[in-house]
Ligand binder design. Structure first.
Ligand SMILES: Cc1cc2nc3c(=O)[nH]c(=O)nc-3n(C[C@H](O)[C@H](O)[C@H](O)COP(=O)(O)OP(=O)(O)OC[C@H]3O[C@@H](n4cnc5c(N)ncnc54)[C@H](O)[C@@H]3O)c2cc1C
Length: 338
């Protein structure tokens, strides 16, 4: 669903036609219980909802992240939140109504989901402005707390993304840590900037239920290694809710493609435990994601987190073929899993 948010902003999609019923997983012999997990009792191996207690032998935590706009004073009141589904149609409409002035985007917390996504959003917004004929009257600024665009991708890919942004007149301002937002004003640790429309990526946090049971330390995500096992027996954590450190500074980015391979890793580990087989499957850290650049074009970011001696990331130049590949990627995933 997250991926579709960008297409709603670009005007290619509607939310209603992009939804899928999760109940379809019952076809695979999986019972779907559409209730909030309110408590995880690791000692007694029970997950509680408001209506029932579910006993488990193996538990896979795949709760994703919670957005935490409240961590930046004024953010919710004075910006539209790119990752909040309620704000996405507002962004789609606002960029079509603004005729002149300054659109700013700000990443306000680290880590955040899908590191390239805010840049894709900026490029898609520029593309919409070009279509509506307002592009020449609108300045676009992009603020990030990181010194380069995509630290997880390294300096080369970051520079390539910077050049793509520049070619679309989007100015990147690195090392800008947002501390608060006021009406038409962003405040950074050092300095401030005006805007007419602000679009933000808010800080993220682990869902309360994961912190409450001790799986995640307050202010952190669930720390696991490449086998995705937590420190609790038969409890695993996959996807955005976890944190897998690759080096002492670089973590596996929060991306659907990695959530998927971590899920497969855990499935293998549970099956081999049930079958009492030897050996442990480990997450391979290989994947890729598309970088949409507007006008139905996309680049492709290829990632190998465990390449030696250090992670490797490469960016293939944008083309309409990669945009078609992205559409195919969505279709294949929906067919495979739902
Ligand atoms: C704009 C955007 C574009 C993106 N594009 C890409 C892309 O092109 N490629 C890519 O690989 N990744 C992309 N991502 C990242 C990707 O969407 C996430 O990394 C991925 O969805 C993570 O999967 P997950 O299962 O860990 O979490 P989620 O998909 O967030 O799923 C977690 C689920 O748990 C539920 N939940 C939470 N708490 C509870 C509770 N207490 N009880 C019951 N249920 C609960 C949530 O409602 C949610 O349904 C994008 C993200 C964004 C924001």
């Amino acid at each position: 669903m997250d991926l579709v948010k960008l297409w709603i902003i670009a005007g290619f999609r509607e939310f209603e036609t992009s939804k899928r019923q999760l109940e379809t997983i019952t076809k695979k012999g999986i019972e779907f219980i559409n209730e909030e997990a309110v408590k995880i009792d690791l000692e007694n191996k029970i997950v509680r909802t408001n209506y029932r207690r579910l006993h488990y032998d193996y538990l896979i935590i795949a709760l994703g992240v919670e957005l935490a706009p409240e961590q930046i004073p004024g953010l919710k009141e004075n910006s539209l939140v790119l990752y909040d589904l309620n704000d996405v149609p507002k962004i789609r409409d606002a960029i079509r109504h603004i005729k002149a002035g300054k659109i700013s985007m700000a990443i306000t917390g680290l880590p955040y989901k899908c590191p390239p996504a805010p840049y894709e959003a900026a490029l898609l917004i520029r593309s919409v402005l070009e279509e509506t004929g307002t592009s020449n009257s609108i300045q676009m600024d992009f603020y990030s707390p990181t010194p380069i665009t995509l630290p997880a991708g390294g300096p080369k890919v970051s520079e390539e993304i910077l050049q793509i942004l520049k070619s679309k007149n989007i100015e990147f301002h690195g090392n800008h840590k947002t501390i608060s937002v006021e009406q038409n004003k962003l405040k950074f640790e050092s300095g401030e900037a005006d805007f007419d429309l602000l679009i933000t990526v808010p800080p993220h946090k682990a869902p309360f239920v994961a912190v409450d049971c001790g799986l995640a330390q307050p202010g952190k995500f669930i720390e696991v290694n490449r086998d995705c096992k937590t420190k609790f027996e038969n409890v695993y954590a996959i996807g955005d809710v976890n944190q897998i450190m690759v080096t002492d500074k670089i973590a596996v980015p929060k991306a659907g493609i990695f959530a998927e391979s971590e899920g497969i890793t855990v499935a293998r580990n549970i099956i081999s435990k049930i079958k009492k087989e030897q050996g442990v499957a480990t997450f391979d850290g290989k994947g890729g994601c598309f970088l949409e650049t507007g006008k139905k074009t996309a680049g492709y970011i290829r990632v190998d987190m465990y390449a030696t001696p250090s992670p490797v990331t490469e960016l293939d130049a944008p083309s309409s073929d990669y945009f078609s590949e992205k559409e195919k990627f969505e279709k294949e995933r929906l067919e495979k899993w739902l």
